[in-house]
Write a protein that binds this ligand. Structure first.
Ligand code: ADP
Ligand code: MG
Length: 244
């Protein structure tokens, strides 16, 4: 579904991404791991169009998407969440997701009318699937950090993506929230048949859920393989044990 080949991106003289390779098959749950500064967020920004690659190719369903603007890439079926929470804090939880559903249905102009009954069912289904139904009418800005991160996933689901990209979905969460969130991600992949790509700096968090793990180090892909193989990989062990 997604293929990243020899992608590079520099900021001035600094190569933040310096040879990234990644393959994500349909229905797979794939993790990108690597220490802080490895280039994970930059790679995601390249895939979703926030940044343009200097070199290399990015294809989605066989089509070259490298350098397209974010809204074009979103229309093609890729939605994402951000490492730093990105929600409408003054809208309710329900409204946050409803806006995404409506924009997907290209009815966002209807938001200007007092038609609060549009896209209600779709929105409720999404809130239910992430476990936020009970908080639908709360103001988003008043949610706990963990719930705000989950809400961001719900907003991304409102775009009905085929590929969902999550940048550190468990950042800042307690160990309990982290394992609940990883369970949620796994469940979404299973029940919605979604393809999910996410990144993490904590290796242990991903080993139980990811089917395939790509390891980034200093902007470069060290390896992409099944969890067991990644664990045994010498270069990965050195990169992690050799300090950041
Ligand atoms: P990660 O998400 O793996 O922690 P990032 O992709 O955020 O890593 O960052 C990779 C490197 O690129 C870091 O050294 C970071 O400081 C640098 N970097 C990221 N974005 C920019 C930018 N807009 N301008 C300059 N340097 C950047
Ligand atoms: Mg990051």
């Amino acid at each position: 579904m997604l293929r990243v080949e020899a992608v590079e991106k520099s900021f001035d003289d600094f190569k933040a991404v310096n040879g990234a390779n990644l393959v994500v098959g349909k229905g797979e749950l794939v993790a990108v791991i690597g220490p802080n500064g490895a280039g994970k967020t930059t790679l995601f920004n390249l895939i979703t169009g926030q940044l343009k690659p200097d070199e290399g190719r990015i294809t989605f369903k066989g089509e070259d998407i490298g350098g397209l603007p974010p809204y074009e890439i979103c229309k093609k079926g890729i939605a994402r969440s951000f490492q730093i929470v990105n929600i409408f804090p003054r809208l309710t939880v329900f409204e946050n997701v409803q806006v995404a559903v409506l924009s997907q249905q290209r009815k966002s102009s209807e938001l200007l009318h007092p038609a609060h009954n549009i896209a209600v069912e779709e929105t409720e289904v999404i809130l239910e699937s992430v476990g936020l139904s009970g908080k639908a009418l709360e103001v988003a800005g008043s949610l706990s950090h963990g719930d705000q991160k989950i809400l961001e996933i719900a907003i991304a689901l409102g775009n009905e993506p085929e590929l969902l990209i999550l940048d550190e979905p468990t950042a800042g969460m307690s160990p309990e929230e982290t394992s609940a969130t990883m369970e949620l991600i796994k469940r979404l992949a299973d029940t919605r048949g979604l393809t999910i790509l996410f990144c993490e700096h904590d290796m242990e968090v991903v080993f139980s859920v990811a089917q395939s793990i790509m390891v980034m180090h200093q902007g470069r892909t060290l390896v992409q393989a099944e969890p067991q193989e990644v664990r045994r990989n010498k270069e990965v062990q050195e990169a992690y044990l050799g300090g950041e």
